[in-house]
Design a binder for this molecule. Structure first.
Ligand code: SAM
Length: 476
């Protein structure tokens, strides 16, 4: 490494996501695919659970030796359990506005799409949507907006965040608002940070500059460097937790996989902390979009292997899968490394409260998991997972490098496990169906037994207070 212009410490997009380094890594991985000795050596290194470089991780992704592939899946499952236990964090997207000035050819919000209905919610409509989300049981949202300086200025986003945090309906509250808006300035990131956002999420879409420029022919998003360097500006603006992602299907999956890891290595090199989360969205059919027009869509098997190899490469980074994936695919990738999923999602503006009525066509893409949040919670419980609505780390200041340190030491369990059970109990008490309540209580009772006595004592007290209606929002 260190050849060409590649430099993970640089803040220039073409140096930390260096095309030549990606090409070399692709060659390395393709040449290594059947090399048993090399793959065994990489697996020995990986089994320490401290992560892998983009080169070694790419080699594992391309490995075609069945015995090693089995070991890859086994190791991914072990790392998942070691760092995340059986907890799965739940969230919902909230689409505030689909006005957009960009020309992204894969997204129905593109500016040339004249038949999709354009909508921007008023603060009153946001209140109705958030109450609908609170009534489902959600505590954590991801705000989604198109890019439009006139219709969706930063002031609108900030006002909406204030509205959302301010809504207290019955026992409901949104305790963490993550934000997925277009790349912006350091000053705007600072304002988002001051507004108390959780994670700033921005998908790179594709790390391949040439593809990127073709797929984003117009609008501010056309500027590859501005988009790729966004996380540097977000972190300079004080945002500790950033979430990266690539939209699989836009370019070759190996290129995107290497790009994601190089991006993570770059953030770690410059800011001392990698991304808080990695999302792995796959392209979906949408209004005006045919996935068959895209040659690089990936199979379920490759998708699962990407998740497993990411889990091994960046053990401390949360991984997110949305309702773009079917229940079957979600089940498979949960055990291989995914730590957060959305549930009961709507991708239309005003979709939770059905503000657009039956004729609404403002949705961003078709979802593949249409179950209600309660069905998703019950399904997770059935599979032995703890559905978690926890937002404690961010509210207790355990963000950025502080969070990563706890995660690396595996101490995070001492917080996350009881907090997951507390928030699950809140969900069961306030929102669950009879069936979910029964399975959930059984799971809580059996999980409590495995806790150390000091934590157990405090937890039992909190659970009793929630059950008797005396209190909410306890945390470790
Ligand atoms: N405007 C923001 C931006 O530019 O990043 C937020 C974008 S959008 C609300 C969130 C994400 O949806 C995009 O980053 C893109 O990856 C994804 N997306 C767009 N079209 C999609 C499609 N047809 N299928 C699946 N995901 C899609």
């Amino acid at each position: 490494m260190g050849k060409y212009n590649y430099n993970p410490f640089s803040t220039e997009a073409d140096k930390f996501i260096c095309h030549e380094e990606i090409e070399e890594t692709i060659n390395f991985a393709l040449n290594a695919r059947s090399n048993y000795t090399l793959m065994s050596a990489i697996m020995r290194r990986a089994s320490a659970g401290k992560g892998l470089s983009h080169r070694n991780a790419a080699a594992l992704l391309m490995c075609d030796i069945p015995e090693i592939n089995e070991k890859i899946y086994r190791l991914a499952k072990r790392i998942k359990l070691d760092y995340y236990g059986n907890r799965i964090v739940l969230f919902a997207p909230l689409y505030l506005s689909n006005y957009c000035v960009n020309g992204c050819v894969y997204c129905p919000y593109h500016v040339k799409n004249k038949h999709i209905s354009r909508k921007k919610m008023t603060q009153d409509e946001i209140r109705q949507e958030v109450i609908a989300l609170q009534d489902m049981g959600h505590k954590r949202l991801a705000l989604e907006l198109g890019e439009d300086p006139i219709n969706n200025p930063i002031e609108y986003v900030l006002e909406s965040i204030r509205t959302i945090y301010g809504i207290k309906h019955k026992n409901g509250s949104i305790r963490r608002v993550n934000v997925n808006i277009a790349a912006t300035t350091v000053d705007n990131y600072r304002r988002l940070h001051e507004a108390g956002i959780g994670t700033y999420i921005l998908f790179q879409e594709t790390y391949n500059r040439e593809r990127y420029e073709k797929l984003h022919p117009s609008g501010p998003k056309h500027d590859y460097a501005w988009h790729t360097e966004a996380m540097d500006r977000a972190m300079s603006g004080g945002i500790d937790d950033v979430g990266i992602g690539a939209l699989f299907g836009l370019s070759t999956y190996l290129y995107e996989f290497i790009g994601l890891l190089m991006h993570a290595e770059h953030l770690e090199a410059v800011f001392g902390v990698g991304p808080h989360t990695i999302s792995v969205p796959r392209l979906r059919p949408a209004d005006d979009i045919q996935t068959t027009d895209f040659q690089d869509c990936i199979s379920d098997d490759i998708f699962a292997k990407i998740v497993a190899c990411l889990r091994i490469a960046v053990p401390y980074t949360g991984m997110i899968v949305s309702t773009r994936e079917s229940p079957q695919t979600r089940e498979k990738v949960l055990e291989l490394g995914v730590s957060q999923i959305s549930g009961g999602s709507k991708t239309s503006v005003g979709g939770y409260h059905n503000l657009g009525g039956e004729e609404d066509n403002s949705a961003q893409f078709e979802i593949a998991d249409n179950r209600s949040l309660d069905e998703v919670v019950c399904w997770l419980l059935d599979k032995g997972y703890i559905p978690s609505f926890c937002t404690a780390c961010y509210r207790a200041g355990r963000t950025g490098d502080k969070f990563m340190e706890l995660c690396k030491d595996k101490q995070i369990h001492n917080f996350c496990h009881p907090n997951a059970l507390i928030t699950l109990e809140e969900y069961l008490q306030d929102y669950a169906s009879e069936q979910t309540l029964t399975v959930g209580r059984q799971l809580i009772d059996s999980e409590i037994r495995s806790l150390n006595p000091k934590i157990r004592k405090r937890l039992v007290k909190y659970l009793a207070e929630i059950r008797s209606g005396k209190g909410r929002d306890f945390r470790f």
